[in-house]
Design a protein around this ligand. Structure first.
Ligand code: ATP
Ligand code: MG
Ligand code: MG
Ligand code: MG
Length: 470
């Protein structure tokens, strides 16, 4: 039965409240006290201290819907049906409280009873050695064996260096043959869009020392994550996560600005989906106080915005347009994230400024790059030099990732090592310049100080003279 994304979020959080969970709001995208992570990429990420027992959680059962950014998925965005750089992750968490026996039947009940998803469309994977989970699924929940798969460590063992880790079990939805790759090997775990992973249940029952030794925890944890947009794809029976109600509002706005009809040309559709995703991601980033820059989170944001701007050019949009989309993103997401409306004018300013900045150089940069690639082609060369990539970055504001991507589309590589050497050289030049300025500034100040006394003295004299006169 068709269910809107906002309603789905509410249903999930409510369901886990009835199972004794405390509902918390989404944590910000910027991790707190976690230098290992640039941006929050899962529901559990902001809760590591609760899992590790380093901090006492507000309750031992918590449920959230977490805004997430995953830039490692960037190349899949707009291409697969199921990946966004930005998405929302539903999760229920047990900190040394319930375990497999509770969470598996709950997950099943939520999907098949609350949401009435047909059971025969669902497939389950477990870690190959996890007989316990396999038995709960088959004997207690009653999943037939032909809907169960055992997968290896790569897919079904969740681990992050040292600390709590363990096997996981994933729930897949069969979207039918028309989404399949058609290969004879196609099945659960295939990379195509037919068997779509919707929910990951992680049984963190070991403490890893990071050297391959696992100690069974006295009290294990549960960490689950389900993509809200993916669940909505299932419930709304749409092609991909960009066609889900709230996201589609943004997609349609892009369509209107571009004057293109979505669904007529695959190449245009990819650009429309990329813009839709990237503007959502960057609106949320701006709302959490991230500013475009050349480093860290700021670089991620700059890259997403400039990539979106370039896809706008590919659609034939020849004016600033990203700022216009901000309003639609806020409208479509404010039900779950009221902070967006609160920060509205700030978000528009941040995105507008960045768009203008890049807007001044994007066309010139694209022309230069096209020229560079033309010359490479004539010379039968395959690699854009580091100096050229650097020039595009330095003069035209093209992040390396964007240059690499455009070059790759035309069959060229970029000499990235040489690019980084140029960057380092520039950084050193800038530092030397700064240093030179600092020293002259310092000496000027010092000079000022040295001359201050006589000046003051003069002034004083003048003043007293004035006073005398008065
Ligand atoms: P996939 O294998 O499809 O890339 P994953 O195994 O990397 O997903 P998890 O880390 O297990 O994903 O995250 C939990 C859930 O979050 C997934 O089951 C999926 O529903 C959702 N999810 C993960 N990555 C994305 C994404 N890029 N866009 C939308 N939803 C996502
Ligand atoms: Mg993934
Ligand atoms: Mg997966
Ligand atoms: Mg997974």
């Amino acid at each position: 039965q068709w269910t809107g994304l906002n309603e789905l979020r509410e249903k999930y959080l409510h369901y886990f409240e009835t199972k004794g969970h405390l509902r918390l709001g989404s944590f910000p995208l910027v991790p707190k006290d976690d230098p290992s992570l640039l941006l929050i990429n899962s529901g559990m990420a902001p809760m590591k201290k609760w899992f590790l027992g380093q901090e006492e959680p507000p309750r031992h059962r918590v449920t959230t819907c977490q805004k997430c950014i995953r830039t490692p998925d960037i190349e899949r965005v707009g291409i697969t049906a199921r990946h966004g750089c930005f998405f929302e992750m539903l999760g229920n968490f047990s900190f040394q409280d319930y375990f497999k026996k509770e969470v598996i039947p709950w997950a099943w009940e939520f999907l098949t009873k609350e949401l009435e998803i047909p059971a025969d469309r669902l497939y389950i994977s477990v870690y190959q050695e996890d007989d316990e989970a396999y038995d709960i699924w088959t004997k207690e929940v009653g999943i037939p064996e032909d809907h169960m798969v055992r997968l290896g460590k790569e897919d079904n063992f969740w681990e992050h260096g040292s600390g709590p880790c363990g096997p996981c079990s994933e729930i897949y939805y069969d979207r039918g043959l028309k989404y399949g790759c058609g290969k004879p090997t196609c099945g659960v775990g295939c990379d195509c869009d037919r068997f779509m992973e919707i929910w990951n249940l992680v049984f963190s029952q070991y403490d890893a020392d990071g050297k391959g030794n696992y100690e069974l925890l006295a009290k294990p944890n549960i960490d689950t994550g389900m993509g809200l947009e993916r669940l909505a794809v299932v419930m709304q029976d749409v092609n991909n996560l960009f066609e889900v109600d709230t996201v589609a509002a943004v997609l349609h706005h892009v369509e209107r600005i571009a004057g293109k009809k979505y669904g007529e040309n695959e190449k245009d559709d990819i650009s429309i989906r990329v813009i839709t995703d990237h503007i959502r991601a960057t609106v949320f980033m701006a709302s959490d106080g991230i500013l475009p820059s050349n480093e860290g989170r700021g670089y991620v944001m700059r890259r997403l915005l400039r990539r979106a701007a370039r896809h706008g050019r590919m659609l034939g949009i020849n004016r600033p347009f990203l700022t216009e989309l901000v309003e639609t993103v806020i409208e479509s997401s404010e039900a779950g994230y009221p902070e967006l409306r609160e920060h509205e004018s700030y978000i528009k300013k941040v995105i507008g400024t960045e768009e203008l900045r890049f807007g001044r150089t994007i066309d010139a940069g694209l022309n230069i790059l096209t020229g560079m690639m033309g010359r490479l082609k004539e010379a039968h060369e395959k690699v854009l030099s580091g100096v050229e990539a650097f020039k595009l970055n330095d003069t035209f504001g093209f992040p390396l990732d964007l240059t690499r991507e455009i070059a790759a589309e035309a069959g060229f590589a970029v000499d990235e090592a040489a690019f980084h050497i140029e960057m380092t050289k520039q950084r050193e030049r800038a530092r030397a310049e700064r240093l030179a300025k600092d020293i002259s500034g310092w000496s000027a100040d010092l000079f000022g100080e040295l001359t201050a006394e006589p000046t003051q003295f003069d002034g004083y004299e003048t003043l007293s003279e004035k006073a005398k006169v008065l």
